[in-house]
Design a protein around this ligand. Structure first.
Ligand code: HEC
Length: 133
């Protein structure tokens, strides 16, 4: 009886470990570029667009994740060019084009539009579509 109970607990422990393992695999599935983009986003964009892109006082439409309207930009290039010209809204020159590319990768990743571990390059952005919902 006791043995059976211990075995049951051991089983739960193994499940918990497996879940933890799956989680860390998921974290690694973010490329270094996406992680860099996440940091930049938190530093330069979240103030106006919310910690999770959900929208803020200045602009209420989500800019990634559920309810975003990025499909109007058609491709990752369109989104990049918008960010390049206009964002951060208070001073678009505050971050470099390379950093804006990382933010685009982050936006795509959070919107389910970038495969795990994927890295984007400027030259390839026109070939990455942003489909409507
Ligand atoms: C000072 C506030 C502010 C900051 C900081 C800011 N934005 Fe914005 N953002 C806005 C406003 C306001 C708009 C709407 C502009 C308009 O409609 O003309 C906007 C619009 C956008 C849009 C268009 C969304 C859509 O659906 O039309 C994107 C994409 C975007 N911002 C990305 C970013 C990114 C990426 C950063 C950081 C690099 C950033 N923004 C930083 C205020 C800000």
């Amino acid at each position: 009886m006791h043995v059976a109970i211990i075995a049951a607990f051991a089983g739960i422990g193994a499940l918990a470990l497996a879940a933890a393992g799956a989680h860390s695999v998921h974290a690694q599935a973010e490329s270094a570029q996406v992680r860099h983009g996440a940091q930049l986003y938190a530093q330069h964009c979240a103030l106006c667009h919310g910690a999770n892109g959900e929208g803020g006082a200045a602009f209420k439409t989500p800019i990634f994740g559920p309810g975003h309207q990025l499909s109007k930009f058609k491709t990752a290039l369109g989104l990049f060019e918008y960010n390049q010209m206009l964002m951060p809204f208070d001073n678009p020159a505050r971050i470099s084009d390379q950093d804006k590319l990382a933010v685009v990768a982050f936006q795509l990743h959070r919107s389910g539009l970038l495969p795990p571990g994927a890295v984007i390059e400027m030259a390839g952005t026109a070939a990455i579509p942003i489909p409507g919902k």
